[in-house]
Design a protein around this ligand. Structure first.
Ligand code: PMP
Length: 403
């Protein structure tokens, strides 16, 4: 991989902040966009813009073709069996809310249970809590060890005859842990229970194959995989999606409407009420093409190397505490240094041009488990370099000396 050449594809990476070269290490929050993704958004508005589906005119048909071709790009990327299984949403959060709402309405009654894990993002906790408030379901939580690995023995023990679904992230946005979701899905299926994979943090970094995982549902956001904001995906096995009621009502999702009786559209449109972000889906497809062009295997290997290098360098800093020491880990490192508040460290690094995230990372229950309020988090993409890691390490050292 020619990183310098790759970096040239991302215009923002050559900007400065406070007169310093930008060192962008907040990729778990959102990734930067290659020029061809940005251009595709502008180009489509310039030359193809028209509302999709049902249009008889040329532009509408062209826009529809682009939109549906993007669905096929996503289908191939995650290896879904059919484009009927690829629902476009606004992102991971909306995908989870859709699923919780539809699945909860159809398949869960008071006293039924969902299993999630202690390291989940709020977007995979709060929708279940809202459902609990509406329907009286119970939430069971898989614990972890101090390295940040889920305890599979405890997971197995959580199943009961009231368990209706399991919903767990594939990669932690805080600890970097890569959870063994394939094995966990197998266990759930042995109990006859479907499994939702939150792939928000895995999809940009590793090959995610829904058939290989045998995932029943899988969700991700376009903006975390170099695509535009405002577009995401809910994958669901067709046999499940067929049995779920619509989430939102409106245009697109209907077959026939009368005041007496309304029938719903077929998949995937049943779950896509209203005008979709068809410009965004084109951008997402371009981003996926770009990632495919580099190759996920190459990306994974490079990022693995970079993360190992970063871990080694960071551990040499006195008073460094790293949260998340799982054997299988992704390109995210959360840490604290001495008693420096995470916010102070993040703010001072920012002044050096280094963009990291601080706080609870939308995982407050995980912070409670770790006994802390927040961390500093550096998260990497394939356009980051060892030189940038050195800048981070030197920056932390400088902040340490100030305290
Ligand atoms: N799940 C995980 C694991 C995440 O890291 C994030 C984003 N930080 C989300 C869900 C929510 O994604 P979005 O805000 O794009 O809906």
């Amino acid at each position: 991989m020619d990183i310098q050449k790759i970096r040239e594809d991302f215009p923002i990476l050559s900007r400065t902040v406070y007169g310093k070269p930008l060192v962008y290490l907040d990729n778990a929050a959102t990734t930067q966009k290659p020029r061809l993704v940005i251009d595709s958004l502008v180009d489509e508005y310039y030359s193809v813009n028209a509302n999709v589906h049902r249009g008889v005119h040329y532009l509408s048909q062209q826009a529809t073709e682009l939109h549906e071709a993007s669905r096929e790009t996503v289908r191939q990327f995650i290896n879904a069996r059919s484009t009927n299984e690829v629902i476009f949403t606004r992102g991971t959060t909306e995908s989870i809310n859709l699923l919780v709402s539809s699945f909860g309405d159809e398949f869960m009654q008071e006293g039924d249970e969902v299993i999630i894990s202690v390291m989940e993002h709020h977007s995979n906790i709060v929708p279940w809590q809202l459902l609990a408030a509406r329907k009286g379901i119970a939430i069971k939580v898989i614990p972890m060890n101090d390295r940040g690995e889920l305890l599979l023995d405890e997971y197995e023990k959580l199943f009961s005859d009231r368990t209706k679904i399991v919903s767990v992230m594939q990669v932690s946005n805080v600890l970097g842990t890569v959870n063994p979701v394939k094995e966990m899905i197998k266990i759930a299926h042995e109990h006859g229970v479907p499994f939702l994979v939150d792939a928000a943090q895995s999809i940009p970094h590793m090959k995610v194959d829904v058939q290989e995982l045998d995932a029943d549902f899988l969700v991700f956001s376009g903006h975390k995989i170099y695509g535009p904001t405002g577009v995401g995906v809910l994958y669901g096995k067709e046999e499940w999606l067929d049995r779920l009621p619509p989430y939102q009502g409106g245009g697109e999702m209907i077959q026939y409407v009368s005041f007496e009786k309304t029938t719903f559209n077929e998949l995937p449109f049943k779950f896509e009420a209203g005008t979709p972000d068809y410009i965004g889906t084109t951008g997402l497809a371009k981003a996926i093409d770009y990632v495919n062009g580099i190759g996920l295997d190459q990306i994974a290997a490079y990022e693995h190397d970079l993360t190992a290098y970063a871990l080694k360098q960071l551990k040499e800093i006195p008073d460094m505490r790293i949260f998340g020491e799982a054997v299988e880990r992704g390109a995210v490192i959360s840490f604290l240094v001495g008693d420096i508040h995470h916010f102070d460290l993040g703010t001072l690094l920012d002044r050096l041009g280094i963009a990291v995230r601080t706080g609870h990372h939308c995982a407050q229950p995980l912070m409670q488990r770790l006994g802390i309020e927040g961390t500093v988090r550096a998260s990497f993409a394939f356009y980051n370099t060892k030189k940038e890691i050195d800048t981070l390490v030197a920056g932390i050292d400088r902040v340490r000396q100030m305290f």
